[in-house]
Unconditional design. Structure first.
Length: 482
């Protein structure tokens, strides 16, 4: 599903604008249950303490159970038998929790009071309104929002011995409940002002960001509709959109270069196929002229047809192999290949070839490290054979071809050196191009070294050539070792 960039920008800016208000509202929802929870703890503690004092127990037992009730409900629980000093007093109030610490981090230190400070400000116990109300028979429980949330419950009960006691349960929380509620309404009023500003900012941001992209898109579509490459994509500002335009221009230039390469390749291929096709056509015309062919003429036509067919077969075969190699040789099985053993085997076979009868063919292999690469064995064999045969064809009678394989630093290097006439400086950059050859059209297809380069790169390797006119040439290939 396509999502508009404009919509995403607007949603992002509006979300940022209302995020503080949303956080505070969510925060207030978290704090909303605190008063009710504290009120419930106070009530339950009062009920359990009232049941405790009506049983016949020793003072020590009452104090111990009073402590357990206070700790269970996180309250301060006191029992008075008259006067201002309780005979049972346990303070298990828990005003501070993790959320209070988080609130302190964001809101800063908020003044708070302890239960002792609040209790001291309530006056003498017997005269407090809640004690007077509880003496009439019903427990009194209430919460108050001061600097600290404070909940208190008072209940008057009678012990088994008939003594009247006053039970006081208190709980507090240092949560910034009042502050958060006040902040919520303040942010709501501020939001009424900032929301229109955010909408205007969102509109401006979409114009600032999306408009240049739309212009760039229109230019790219115009380029796509043109048969030939047009002017470069334009963007005036030196920003990220300008970088994107520059990247598109680089891509277009690369595509244009690729298109030109393909056009040259098609022209070269047509040129290579033209001569043998013309020869075959001429033979066909001669055979179809109605004249009987004498044995000599028939043999000549057969020879021309055979040579032309062989030339076509070589060109097509090399072309298909080159196309597969340039595509990375997909779906071809690969395995560890000992490049040193491969080079030694090929040179040994070629030493028996008639072409090597009057030249010296050597192979030197480094034995310090294994020269093993991961690749397609038949492709690597074709690469080595092409390089060695190419060197043999240029070394000439009385010449020398030296093949070496060295493994070092995580790479395996194959080098083939010949003592031939060398390569002209202006030809060096083109030796690995398709259909480029210095041997003339009658010898070779001009695809061999292009195939070497493609196979090497399909194995993650590189190719290079060094040569000086009159001093031979050295072709080298480097592969990552296993």
């Amino acid at each position: 599903m396509k999502t508009s960039l404009r919509l995403r920008i607007v949603v992002t800016i509006l979300f940022v604008a209302i995020a503080p208000l949303t956080v505070v509202f969510a925060w207030s929802l978290v704090d909303r249950n605190v008063p009710g929870r504290k009120w419930t703890n106070v009530r339950d503690a009062l009920d359990e303490a009232a049941a405790l004092v009506t049983t016949d127990r020793s003072e020590e037992s009452v104090r111990a159970e009073n402590a357990r009730i206070a700790e269970r409900h996180h309250v301060r629980l006191r029992i008075f038998r008259g006067g201002e000093t309780p005979f049972a007093d346990t303070d298990a109030d828990a005003p501070v929790d993790t959320i209070h610490r988080i609130e302190q981090f964001f809101l800063g230190a908020i003044p708070t009071e302890t239960i002792e400070q609040i209790d001291e400000g309530l006056g003498p116990l017997e005269t407090r309104p809640e004690v007077v109300a509880a003496a009439r028979g019903a427990p009194v429980i209430g919460c108050d929002f001061r600097a600290t949330l404070y909940c208190q419950g008072v209940r008057v009960a009678t012990e088994a011995s008939g003594t009247r006691v006053i039970i006081v349960a208190q709980a507090s929380s240092h949560r910034a409940i009042a502050t958060v509620y006040l902040l919520r309404w303040q942010l709501l009023r501020i939001g009424l002002l900032t929301l229109p500003v955010a909408i205007l900012l969102a509109w401006y941001a979409t114009q600032l960001i999306v408009r240049p992209l739309e212009r760039l898109r229109a230019q790219a579509l115009d380029h796509a509709a043109q048969a030939r490459r047009g002017p470069e994509l334009q963007h005036e500002d030196r920003d990220e959109v300008g970088d994107l335009a520059a990247a598109f221009n680089t891509l277009l230039a690369a595509l244009d270069t690729k298109r030109e390469d393909n056009e040259r390749f098609a022209a070269d291929l047509a040129h290579e196929l033209k001569n043998p096709v013309a020869a075959i056509r001429a033979c066909a015309e001669q055979l179809g002229d109605g004249r009987s062919a004498d044995p000599e003429r028939a043999a000549k036509l057969a020879r021309v047809l055979g040579d032309s067919a062989s030339k076509l077969d070589r060109v097509v075969t090399h072309f298909l192999e080159l196309a597969r190699a340039e595509a990375g040789m997909p779906n071809e099985e690969r395995s560890p290949v000992d490049l040193a053993a491969l080079a030694e085997g090929i040179t040994s076979v070629l030493e028996e070839d008639a072409r090597c009868e009057h030249l010296t063919l050597e192979c030197a292999v480094s034995n310090t490290q294994a020269a093993v690469v991961h690749g397609a064995p038949h492709r690597l064999e074709a690469l080595v054979r092409e390089l060695v045969e190419n060197a043999v064809s240029f070394a000439g009678e009385g010449g020398r071809v030296h093949v070496s394989v060295v493994s070092t630093g995580g790479w395996v290097r194959l080098a083939v050196e010949d003592s031939g006439p060398g390569i002209r400086p202006e030809d060096l950059p083109r030796v690995f191009e398709r259909f480029f050859t210095t041997r003339g059209r009658t010898r070779g297809t001009g695809l061999g070294l292009a195939l070497v380069k493609a196979v090497a790169e399909a194995h993650g390797g590189t190719v290079a050539v060094k040569s000086e006119l009159g001093e031979g040439a050295t072709f080298s290939v480097e592969f990552p070792s296993v």
